[in-house]
Write a protein that binds this ligand. Structure first.
Ligand SMILES: Nc1nc2c(ncn2[C@@H]2O[C@H](COP(=O)(O)OP(=O)(O)OP(=O)(O)O)[C@@H](O)[C@H]2O)c(=O)[nH]1
Ligand SMILES: [Mg+2]
Length: 410
């Protein structure tokens, strides 16, 4: 669904540099976010400070600088690179008399635009309402300034509440709806694990190529775009490896630095796909100069979700446009260089996946009496039948089986 902007929003991006953070790069990413949300970046201002100004995010002098730049480039609003406190938002709104937004509002807005399933929509609305309920005064002034645009969009272009009492009611209703969807998702998950199939979650920084990889491996058609957060709803597809083994691959929502807390809370069930997976396929975009930092963000987020410590294959993707870079990932069990676009390395990735599965299988060698041939079928369906030989006493089998069925076949 394409959203049509009624008004062109021209924004100034404002960042505060604390210590040796790379605020310039963070603002470049903020510009991409703004672009995805449909705003034009007309300028960028960074203030170096010991800490963010508690009352106004940036200091007095810098506010003046922002004001004159806005006039000079004809900007309609500002976007701050960190989540503003309710007071900071009010004060800035009061000082600058323009639309004041922050990184969180922008990300929420993009999520609102991209959510397609009912679960995604509920989660986004919940995160938006929680964010709003704490900032009603400043936001209401800010958002009514341009009568629409970024920050006012709800899932499915629903009009978002601005009344605190109604917001609270709506939040309660949404939470109830969400817990129903979560129960459903849990049922799906147990259904899958009953089928004994292993699951790998494809995780990574936003825009790393996760959906493209899923599509390339399984021939599916998940939307992939050169936009941030194209995927909000997890998709699971089955993949049959060359040796006939099957596993399930789940494409997941991407991570980003400073991922809004309210989003993580609301999207918990979606993000937890990684937690319930057996393996992690971590896609890193090595053509991005920020790839090392992005990989850190991914590992930190996985840890927060309780999804760390799993067998991990890191995929160094976009080799076709990577140039001559050496990236290493000491936390991964395996690494592989790929291009989801050209297909380079995908064969090797599949072999590694096969290896991960095999590593967990137990070796069985025995002669099955002919009346127990059914057990061989069980092996064929759940494990790897390495050889079978028909002898006088029965069928001589060498195989590898998952521990769940080991006791049934020996
Ligand atoms: N050159 C090149 N481009 C790639 C490769 N893999 C993905 N892309 C492009 O990178 C962009 C993002 O790809 P997606 O698959 O949507 O990335 P994603 O990780 O699913 O992103 P989100 O769902 O938005 O978090 C698209 O324009 C893809 O065509 C690759 O190996 N090489
Ligand atoms: Mg995607």
């Amino acid at each position: 669904m394409e959203y049509i902007n009624e008004i062109e929003e021209r924004v100034i991006l404002v960042g505060v540099q604390v210590g040796d953070e790379d605020t310039q790069q963070s603002l470049d990413e903020l510009e991409e976010l703004a672009d995805t949300a449909g705003a034009i970046t007309a300028g960028k201002i960074i203030q170096s400070r010991e800490a963010v100004h508690p009352g106004t995010y940036i200091g007095k002098g810098k506010i003046e600088e922002v004001r004159s730049l806005m006039l000079a480039v004809d900007a309609t609003g500002i976007i701050c690179d960190d989540e503003l406190s309710p007071a900071q938002m009010n004060n800035l709104e009061h000082e600058l008399e323009c639309k004041v937004m922050d990184r969180t509002l922008l990300i929420l807005d993009i999520f609102a635009k991209h959510a397609t399933t009912s679960e995604g929509k509920i989660q986004v609305e919940l995160a938006q309402l929680r964010y709003r309920s704490a900032r009603l005064v400043g936001l209401r002034a800010s958002l009514s300034r341009l009568g629409g645009g970024i920050g006012t969009r709800g899932p499915g272009e629903k009009k978002l509440e601005t009344d605190r009492r109604l917001i609270r009611k709506r939040i309660t209703a949404l939470k109830e709806e969400l817990s129903q969807v979560e129960r459903h998702r849990e049922l799906l998950r147990t259904g899958r694990s009953r089928g004994n199939l292993k699951t790998a979650a494809i995780v990574g920084y936003t825009n790393a190529g996760k959906s493209t990889l899923l599509n390339a491996l399984t021939g599916s058609q998940v939307l992939s775009q050169d936009k941030l957060f194209a995927t909000l709803d997890p998709t699971t597809r089955s993949l049959t490896l060359e040796d006939g083994q099957q596993l399930l691959l789940t494409d997941t929502v991407g991570f980003i630095r400073k991922l809004p807390h309210n989003l993580v809370e609301a999207f918990k069930s979606t993000l937890e796909e990684a937690k319930y997976a057996d393996y992690i396929i971590h896609v890193a975009d090595v053509s991005n100069p920020q790839v090392e930092l992005q990989m850190h963000v991914v590992y930190d987020t996985l840890r927060e979700l309780g999804a760390d410590g799993k067998k991990t294959i890191t995929v160094f993707n976009k080799q076709d446009v990577a140039g001559d870079v050496t990236v290493r990932d000491l936390r991964a069990d395996y690494t592989v260089k790929t291009s989801a676009k050209t297909g380079e390395g995908l064969q090797e990735l599949q072999e590694l996946l096969g290896k991960l599965i095999s590593e967990e299988l137990l070796y069985v060698e025995r002669v099955f009496p002919y009346q127990e041939a059914g057990k061989i079928q069980l092996i064929r369906e759940n494990g790897q039948l390495l050889s079978e030989e028909y002898t006088e006493n029965g069928i001589h089998v060498k195989a590898r089986v998952p521990k769940e069925i080991y006791h049934k076949v020996i």
